[in-house]
Design a protein around this ligand. Structure first.
Ligand SMILES: [Zn+2]
Length: 431
């Protein structure tokens, strides 16, 4: 007798009609569907894709849901967003930040998003952001695994006291070393910050995740330094380059030399499609650059690429809904990843790739993995992305922690069907 069976499921690897057998919070087995399988609870997943949970590798939990405080971003630019956050910071309270973060986590769970890496701004000497996010990490532990990056938003060398504040925030319990080299005063300071940050990570045995080259400037080449310092300090596989938007505008010959270096450093790359398409190319007239980094080329070189949400209703981005399928939907458009294989790669970049970026243990749909999964109102990954599919059930450690009724519309049209289920519109031809 199992605790739960997720019955007759389609899996991301293409298998259909599978029963996922769950016992003691783990996947005991996955077998072709059968009436012989018995459990205390049965979840019908007929004609539904069951996926491991969504993983967001890049977010700002300390700023989320603060849109409009103390005012709106009029220009919509990254720099006004940073300035606006600077105005907001002195007025932040720990209680309000915790409350907003918990509300965002509720939304995330409803969307099947159960793993989040969040950057925490450590540039205010009170470090209230750090205290608040550490509290949130504990509070949400039963349902969301939250990784916290010590992020010197105002610059590691540019802002007075940042060097000491970053150290203090790591001592307080943040998990990952962050940085922002393109925001330092000079290219040289940016490069020096990367050496210092990689050294700290090596000494403390921590991963690194850098806001790197989030600019249209093709000469912003800190990613090269980041890769070189990764190799120098033996941090291969532990370093992530977030954004890397300058790569969009770089000279192709230079990139042909850069990508193999990044591959050698086993760098994880984290583009943020929703934010990159809105914040980059802002000073262009026409043609207007898209700004997102070179995703298909990086993937083709064997580099692990995972997509982040980055922001939701904060000084930088007024939209966002905690829906990683919305992130993937945008990625398909921005990177023109419309082939079948490319769309499957995009789905992986929201799930298995980002799990690799975060170094998650026991993640996935296989015997012995943690029984964490999402039942989607869509038959496969392509349909899930097309529809930004409804999450029928969100399961954590073998328990349903969120559910949403099947999305159906009633039609009141003479001679036409009474109901529409958008998942019924999946193409019937061979794909
Ligand atoms: Zn960010």
């Amino acid at each position: 007798m199992f605790d739960m069976i997720v019955k007759n499921a389609n899996l991301p690897d293409g298998r259909q009609g599978q029963d996922i057998l769950i016992l003691d919070g783990r996947i005991a087995d996955i077998l072709p569907t059968s009436d012989q399988h018995q459990a205390k609870q049965i979840i019908d997943a007929s004609n539904c894709l069951v996926s491991p949970p969504f993983v967001d590798p890049h977010f700002h939990m300390d700023a989320t849901l603060s849109l409009g405080l103390p005012r709106l971003n009029r220009s919509g630019t990254l720099l006004e967003g940073i300035a606006l956050w600077g105005e907001l910071k002195p007025t932040l309270t720990k209680e309000a930040m915790v409350e907003r973060a918990l509300r965002y986590c509720d939304l995330a769970v409803s969307q099947g998003l159960l793993f989040i890496r969040s950057h925490v701004d450590v540039s205010d000497p009170r470090l209230l952001t750090v205290e608040a996010m550490l509290e949130v990490r504990e509070l949400v532990k039963p349902y969301i695994e939250l990784q916290l990056v010590a992020f010197p938003q105002d610059g590691y060398y540019r802002a007075p006291g940042a060097v000491e504040l970053l150290d203090r925030s790591l001592d307080m319990g943040l998990d990952i070393v962050g940085g922002i080299p393109h925001f330092e005063r000079t290219m040289a300071d940016g490069a020096a910050s990367l050496e210092a940050l990689c050294r700290i990570a090596a000494e403390r045995g921590l991963p690194v995740d850098i806001h790197c080259d989030e600019t249209d400037d093709p000469m912003s080449r800190h990613v090269e330094t980041l890769a070189a310092q990764t190799i120098r300090f033996g941090l291969q596989g532990r370093v992530a380059g977030s954004h890397l938007t300058s790569m969009h505008s770089m000279d192709n010959y230079y990139v042909s030399k850069l990508i193999p270096l990044m591959a050698e450093a086993e760098m994880h790359v984290i583009p943020n499609p929703l934010i990159n398409i809105t914040l980059q190319g802002r000073s262009d007239t026409y043609p207007k650059r898209r700004g997102m980094t070179r995703v298909p080329e990086l993937m083709a070189a064997g580099i692990n690429v995972s997509f982040g949400h980055d922001c939701a209703m904060d000084p930088w981005y007024s939209m966002g809904s905690g829906d990683m399928l919305e992130v993937g939907h945008m990625a398909i458009h921005v990177a023109q990843m419309t082939s079948i294989d490319a769309r499957k790669q995009v789905f992986d970049a929201l799930t298995v790739n980002s799990a690799k970026t975060l170094g998650l243990e026991g993640y996935g749909l296989a015997r012995g993995c943690k029984a964490d999964m999402v039942v989607l109102q869509a038959r496969d990954q392509l349909e899930a992305l097309r529809l930004k599919a409804n999450r029928l059930f969100v399961i954590k450690a073998g328990k349903v922690i969120a559910e949403t009724p099947r999305r159906l519309s009633s039609l009141h049209l003479e001679g036409r069907p009474a109901q529409v289920d958008s998942a019924d519109y999946a193409p019937t031809g061979a794909i």
